[in-house]
Ligand binder design. Sequence first.
Ligand code: BGC
Length: 472
Amino acid sequence: MYIPRKYQVVITFFQGDLTAHKINKMNIYKLGVCYRGIQMERFTLPEGFLLGTATAGLQIEGGDKNNTWYKWCEEGYIKDGSHCITACDHWNRVEQDTELLKQLNVNTHRLSLEWSRIEPKAGEFSKEAIKHYRNEIKLLLKNGIKPLVTLHHFSEPLWFHEMGGWHKAGNFSYFIKYVGYVVEQLGDLVCEWVTFNEPNVYIKFGYFFGIWPPGIRKLTYSLKVYSEIIKAHLNAYEVIHNIRQIMGFKGETKVGFAMHIRVFYGVTFMGKLLARMADYFFHELYMEGMVKGKIKIPLSKNGRTYCKDTYVDFLGINYYTRNIVEFTLNPSKLFHYLRSDDRLDKNDLGWDIYPYGIYSICKKYYKLYKLPIYITENGISDKRDTKRPDFICSHLGNIAKAIEEGIDIRGYYHWTLMDNFEWLEGESANFGLFHCNFNNQERTIRRGGKLYSMICKEKKLTDEMIEEFLKT
Ligand code: BGC
């Protein structure tokens, strides 16, 4: 049922309950409330804006036994017992899946390469794997879809860990060799690169909580890995630029990393203080290190100073949610924990839906670094697809508003093309614009996918789309 604007209701943050409120543009954006079907405003994105999808090799390809996540699945850590060996069988279905991208009318796609396939043994590169990725990328280009290629998206070759992994100083040079090889082989087709996906999530889960591979629970190790990955990024940045230049590859080289950014929100005095601390350790250390080459306390420089001014050509931001930060006496949790806000709508995994956050963080990081922004991921786990249309529009609406205010946002990559292997959640989280039936590998477009394909085509949200998809 459509409710006329003047009778509409929003949830306010400040009263903690449902409050009758006249809706207007200001309070929608301020509160960032996602309330089904009633608050959506038309928006238009700039000509040339990049609208696409994002995927990660391990989460969709299937079939590779040589990586850390394969071992993690074998050891039985996945909540629903599923296994990344199956995933979406994308390795054998590249053509079919490119058709899905065409159906969505995207003009760009972010994909990741599986290091363990490209370099199955240290120093031995697989021509076959590179040929496969070349064909995949060529197919995208043939269909007018610009690739953005991620070099490291959580998974790694098993041999890399047998040789000590990231916590062994100097091991970053293995990654650099792999990057060099890939850019030589694919750099004529790809101008835009993401070195690391969410280094902060990778380190937090893999080295601090130990719930992801390599399963280490040591603060001292996590700090070593921070430094090593920052170093790897700074070096990879230069290697990618140099190789593309020396080999005379066409197109402007752009290199960045995709940073998972949350809004940390403190309610109490301690909460505010801890939110600032969480922001420092989870965001600032990485951003300053990887964007500016500034190695801040408590990280170690290992005697090296980085003298360039900037080590990215764009800021890659993955945005999903906001957390309230609270105090706890537990030192192993660094005296804080994160909770959700009862007053906000949730995705299937219980994450708060907070569209205003995408606006506020773009504003914050643009002010800090004055660099073009790509939203390298944003999406919702929503099996029934009842919230996805609103989610997409409320986030894109906030992006359009930020652009109107002069924030240089160049692109948006929706996470994700189809339901995939969602790390610890296995097959049970559903972020796809297409539903994927893992038994027979059938892909079916969701309503959210249909709406996204229309937005990608028109670069705007129209009254007709609101009428068809967003009114309850
Ligand atoms: C990761 C993706 C993941 C998504 C949804 C991001 O943190 O980059 O690999 O699937 O979130 O959880």
